[in-house]
Design a protein around this ligand. Structure first.
Ligand code: AHR
Length: 842
């Protein structure tokens, strides 16, 4: 490493970067880049599917949203598994997203009904009883996904299934109406009889509007039942029925993905096996798909099902990559492993899925594929066995799935999953079974810049790595240019290690920006019901996938380093107690600084000088112990003096019931500034020390595996001396951290690839710092560089800049020609930039 510079980020200080250079030998090929290096990962999170790509406009179309998550019971806002794992659901309306509007002296009611359902998949239908309607109206109104959006003169295909107790002789009006009562489209339906029948009509929008509601209006008395009330734009992707939004599909096309990983993620694992995705329930007529409550807390119609995912991959010219449940529910939430002797049906399901995708039309499942409109095979090549699974239970099950798949379909490439938070999972395959390991990284920019060499020393054992989920998603708000530069640095690291990293996909892919779409901090493509924009990192990825090249060539980057002082908000503070979905107790709290006792609280006779302030939770003193008894929430209480500093905190704590252990907060200045030791976090599997500084959280120690036992007192000691923090559990030192005073980063990050067909050399460089950098580019004279080429630059004024509906291209790659090139030239990299130099080779 060259020159060592010490400076504080300031626009007045310009660092001399004359030492920067890159030496490239285009004829020295280091590795071939995989043809399917860049792909996408689709999961229905943040309303990516329903309320997103899936173009259905009616929300809760089959009236099933009230059903509890499969395999769970409901208590208040919580879904509870048989093993008492609680997860938040929060459905409190009896017919979610529907309203009954009655005008004049009409008399009517609507309620969910289970008598004579439409079919086996539909538990409820909606019963509407209109007792009288004299010159008045009874309307059922659906809100859609935050309103329904239509475009002037376009067609919208409406349908529902209906029956009545007797022939219903009234006409039913179906219309789209705005908040002022103005109608944008309407049609009539009649002829409803005693048996279930599907009725359809086309609504033509008189004008463009994005906040309409669907009204189904009755003007005669009668009793009717409705189900599968649906409204789709006619103009979907490839004009398919049950189709996908064109604008969102276009965003995927423009990413140029070479594979599509589906259908998740955590949704594959489920909180219980019953609410994990089961592909057989997601094919065929949409009226016969039961849907399920996904782990992200909302009901999925499964309108985008197994067949549609395969079709989507085909449309995108991407390889389908199907993720299957390995007989384990979500290990990070409600870990449960299916007994080995009950695994066979799950394994058979996977074999059937492969037959559905690839089998001949005279096979059972191949015939069903043909019946569903696709006689040609889909050429499914990749199966991922499990998602974010690890450990012994996983290994046993993984091998069983592996053996069964390989013995029937030896050509299928099997991907194995790994622990989601480990920095460096071993490249391990039980009994050498498997081809590719899927690693996930959701990290901060600091972590990525510091760990950009993490793959350089992974063992080369003939196995491959798939970075199945990655995103710079800490300390970057909801995503910005700086995150994109960190992500680009990670992509550079992937390409530099293209001999082992053969696939990568960012996650999550989509977020509905309307009110309750957000389930994850940073997401790639944002939309509402009629508009879309992408995060800066989308454009970084597009640059990489459009200009990948086919080989990586030798290049040496001579870059100095940059040192940035770290400012911690650690000037002292009070202490606090926390629990997450757990009932815990605390006792004998002692705070000592320089031999002075600042606090000693046994809760026998609570001291009044430093009363306990409960922010939330159910805190009470019982038998001289402090208890937090609400095992459904994240509870916090605190006490003491914000001026306390350099102290040792000791106490006893005990978990009584619930999911996790307990936490202790120190140096609490306010809600946004504290230090916290989480003992038995992550479902009682890890301990970690976390710092919140000005509202931004970061882990300051790696997570250490560990748990606490229920009903057992633990002695806890945390000592803070300036930037030295020691944490003891039952006198064993668990964390011993000296917080660093400076961060030291390499200044530039680069990789060079070559496109042998286009005869191009592609130099990819990230300059994440807020000043320009002049770099000498030296290309070995064995080839000749043409005089003209082009540059593609992703940058903006400020690293915090991001895109939005109002300014969707604030951070957008700009392409310009460059002339006067040769084998040796100087180039000025813009501040905060990702630059691709595309040079023609003669
Ligand atoms: O991408 C969001 C989630 O992150 C995925 O479901 C899961 O695999 C990971 O934990």
């Amino acid at each position: 490493m060259g020159l060592f510079l010490f400076f504080v980020l300031s626009k007045n200080i310009y660092a001399d970067s004359s030492q920067l250079s890159i030496h490239i030998n285009p004829n020295h090929v280091l590795a071939r880049l995989s043809p399917h290096m860049y792909g996408i990962f689709f999961e229905d999170i943040n309303f990516a599917g329903d309320g997103g790509l899936y173009a259905e406009m009616v929300r809760n179309r089959s009236f099933e949203d009230i059903r509890p998550p499969e395999g769970c019971r409901i208590e208040g806002n919580w879904a509870i598994t048989p093993g008492n794992f609680k997860w938040y659901i929060g459905v409190d309306d009896s017919i979610p997203f529907w309203k009954l509007n009655i005008t004049g002296n009409a008399k009517a009611y609507a309620k969910l009904d289970t008598v004579l359902p439409l079919n086996h998949a539909q538990y409820y239908s909606l019963k509407i009883n209109i007792e009288k309607c004299n010159n008045a109206q009874v309307s059922l109104i659906n809100d859609g996904y935050y309103g329904m959006a239509v475009e002037k003169e376009k067609n919208y295909l409406f349908s529902f299934y209906a029956r009545s107790n007797d022939k219903y002789d009234g006409k039913i009006k179906v219309s789209l109406i705005d908040e002022n009562g103005k109608t944008y489209a309407s049609q009539y339906i009649n002829g409803i009889e005693q048996n279930w029948k599907k009725f359809s009509t086309t609504l033509i929008a008189a004008d463009t509007h994005s906040k309409l509601k669907l009204h189904i209006t009755f003007t005669r008395a009668g009793t009717l039942w409705l189900d599968m009330v649906s409204l789709f734009p006619e103009d979907t992707w490839k004009k398919r029925q049950n189709g996908w939004r064109n604008d969102l599909m276009q965003m995927l096309v423009q990413l140029n993905p070479k594979f599509l990983r589906f259908p998740g993620g955590c949704v594959v694992e489920g909180i219980t096996f019953d609410n994990a995705i089961q592909w057989k329930e997601t094919i065929g007529d949409i009226a016969e798909r039961p849907g399920h409550v996904n782990v992200w807390g909302y009901r999925s119609t499964d309108g985008i099902g197994f067949h549609e995912f395969l079709q989507m991959a085909e449309d995108l010219h991407a390889e389908p990559l199907f993720v299957v449940n390995v007989g384990m529910t979500c290990q990070a939430r409600n870990s449960y492993s299916m007994p080995i002797d009950q695994l066979k049906p799950m394994i058979d399901d996977v074999l059937d899925a492969i037959e559905y995708a690839n089998g001949p039309v005279n096979s059972y499942w191949g015939a069903l594929r043909a019946k569903n409109g696709h006689p040609e095979p889909f050429h499914l090549k990749f199966i991922e066995v499990g998602n974010e699974n690890w450990g012994e239970e996983y290994d046993i099950r993984y091998e069983m799935f592996y053996d069964a798949i390989k013995s029937r379909y030896p050509e299928i490439i099997i991907i194995r999953s790994a622990h989601p938070t480990a920095d460096k999972n071993p490249l391990y395959f039980p009994n050498n079974k498997g081809d590719i390991l899927d690693l996930h990284y959701y990290r901060s920019p600091d972590w990525i810049f510091k760990n950009h060499k993490i793959f350089d020393d992974y063992p080369r054992i003939g196995k491959q790595i798939y970075i199945g989920e990655y995103a710079c998603n800490e300390k970057v708000g909801r995503g910005n240019l700086y995150a994109a530069l960190a992500d680009a640095t990670f992509l550079i690291a992937f390409e530099r290690n293209a001999d082992i990293i053969t696939m990568a996909s960012y996650a999550p892919l989509f977020e509905n920006d309307d009110k309750d779409g957000y389930k994850w901090p940073v997401n790639l493509i944002h939309f509402n019901n009629h508009k879309v924009y992408a995060m800066p990192t989308y454009y970084a990825q597009q640059m990489f996938s459009n200009h990948k090249g086919d080989v990586v060539v030798a290049s040496e980057l001579i870059s100095d380093s940059v040192t940035i002082p770290i400012h911690y908000n650690l000037s002292g503070g009070a202490i606090g107690f926390d629990t997450y979905s757990t009932h815990s107790a605390f006792d004998d709290i002692l705070v000592v600084s320089n031999n002075d006792t600042l606090l000693y609280e046994t809760f026998d006779n609570p001291i009044t000088k430093f009363p306990l302030i409960a922010e939330n939770g159910n805190w009470k003193i019982e038998n001289g112990e402090l208890h937090q008894t609400d095992a459904t929430i994240f509870a916090h209480a605190y006490m003491g003096d914000t001026a306390w500093k350099n102290y040792t905190l000791t106490f006893r704590a005990k978990k009584i019931s619930g999911m996790e252990g307990f936490f202790m907060t120190l140096y609490r200045k306010d809600d946004n500034n504290w230090l916290r030791w989480n003992i038995g976090g992550w479902n009682n599997t890890q301990h970690a020390l976390e710092l919140r500084s000005n509202g931004s959280n970061s882990f300051i120690t790696p997570m250490i595996q560990g748990s606490v036992r229920t009903n057992e007192w633990y002695r806890v000691k945390i000592k803070v001396e300036d930037l030295h923090i020691q944490c003891y559990l039952n006198d064993t030192l668990i964390h011993n951290v000296y917080l660093p005073t400076h961060n030291n980063y390499q200044r530039l990050y680069s990789v060079v690839t070559r496109d042998t067909i286009k005869n191009e050399l592609i130099i990819k460089i990230v300059n994440p710092f807020p000043y320009s950098a002049s770099i000498n580019i030296n290309i070995n004279d064995s080839i000749k560089i043409s005089n003209s080429g082009k540059e593609i630059i992703l940058t903006s004024k400020n690293p915090d800049d991001t895109n939005s509906f109002d300014n969707p291209e604030l951070v957008y790659p700009r392409t310009s020609p460059i002339n006067g090139l040769s084998n040796h030239f100087k180039y000025l990299l813009k501040p905060n930039s990702l630059t691709f130099l595309i040079l023609k080779m003669n």
